[in-house]
Design a protein. Structure first.
Length: 111
């Protein structure tokens, strides 16, 4: 059974895709929490950060985030990269993804 995000990756469900490479597809969040809010999603289905295999190089997610942030002009002003994991992390879609948020001043601590 494919996840919601796999359906977006396969173009079965429409989304505003802004970047893709061999490892990830990135698209605008449907409920943006900042002027720039992009989800970076590995093509391979993994439930979340906790189920990412111990072995292997997962820096492709960070590399994609860095490139997208640059493309959206966020590299100078700054941005935030968030992985929500499980219940306390308030993860709602069980397919690993990073939120890239920018275009406004963030606050800390997060809610
Ligand atoms: P999570 O809560 O799992 O960390 O993040 C899931 C994100 O997916 C949420 O920010 C939510 O707005 C976004 N989302 C849920 N359904 C869709 C959809 O159908 N299309 C897009 N583009 N984003 C979605």
């Amino acid at each position: 059974m494919s996840t919601l995000f796999t359906k977006i990756i396969n173009r079965d469900i429409p989304a505003d895709i802004v970047y893709e490479d061999a490892h990830v597809v990135a698209f605008k969040d449907i409920e943006p929490q900042a002027p720039v809010h992009i989800l970076i999603v590995p093509r391979e289905e993994t439930e979340g950060l906790a189920s990412l295999p111990d072995e292997g190089d997962h820096t492709y997610i960070l590399n994609a985030a860095k490139k997208i942030a640059f493309e959206f002009g966020l590299d100078k002003s700054g941005y935030r990269l968030v992985f929500n994991q499980g219940e306390h992390g308030q993860q709602t879609v069980p397919h690993l993804h990073a939120h890239l948020l920018g275009g406004r001043q963030m606050s800390w601590p997060p809610g």
